[in-house]
Design a binder for this molecule. Structure first.
Ligand SMILES: [Zn+2]
Length: 227
């Protein structure tokens, strides 16, 4: 699979490299994916592991070009299929609250009581991006997506890694539909999470060998300028 090879080449873009990547913020506005297209649905999702979850109420926002790309994807989807967007823009401020909340939950867990702070942090990091690392979703150029057919999520397997070797035939085929649709319009996948797709920000710029990213982090206090 050509796509697999292309993506695998880049799977180890380090967090440090992404944080240090040059950004020339183009100032492009944010738009909502709600009511963008009949085949695009904006739906919040919370991790199964956590009961009380700070859900970002900004997840329906994305950069204008990203929205246009989503429309192109929706138009090309097979009959009965819909693109579900679970998260777009997530400000660092919200990411920080999520991370803190999860740290609290994990510290209270009996099985983790003997762990040190940094050990718990490591566990949380597996489920929630560390706000002090590169925060993809704060750029507005990143979306978490999946596909539904006739109102039901298509079987895409449970493995997080996009090209996991253990995937069954059906899951592999269905992932192929998503991967082709997203790649065709220029999104780049974060290979450790099949649902996470980037455009314009540092991973995209790094993988496409651009000199700089065009979307930088937008803080909540500056969001007004982008609406
Ligand atoms: Zn994501």
């Amino acid at each position: 699979m050509k796509l697999e090879k292309r993506h695998k080449m880049f799977q180890y873009v380090s967090d440090k490299k992404l944080l240090a990547f040059p950004v020339k913020e183009c100032g492009e506005k944010f738009v909502s994916v709600k009511d963008l297209h009949p085949k695009i649905v904006s739906r919040k999702k919370k991790p199964r592991e956590i009961k009380r979850w700070v859900v970002s109420s900004y997840g329906h926002l994305v950069r204008k070009t990203v929205a246009k790309k989503l429309i192109r994807i929706a138009e090309g989807l097979p009959l009965g299929m819909k693109l579900i967007v679970t998260d777009g823009y997530r400000p660092i401020e919200i990411q920080r609250r999520m991370f803190r909340g999860m740290m609290k939950v994990f510290k209270k867990k009996k099985k983790y009581r003997k762990l040190r702070e940094d050990e718990i942090k490591e566990k949380v990091r597996k489920l929630c991006a560390d706000p002090d690392s590169y925060t993809y979703h704060s750029t507005g150029g990143v979306v978490d997506v999946y596909l539904e057919k006739d109102g039901k999520a298509i079987n895409i397997g449970t493995a997080k890694n996009t090209f996991d070797k253990r995937l069954g035939k059906e899951a592999r085929k269905n992932r192929g539909i998503l991967i082709r649709a997203m790649s065709k319009v220029g999104f780049v996948n974060y290979i450790h999470e099949w649902w996470h797709w980037c455009y314009g920000e540092s991973l995209w710029a790094s993988i496409n060998k651009k000199r700089y990213a065009i979307y930088g982090s937008v803080h909540l206090k500056n969001l007004k300028k982008f609406l």
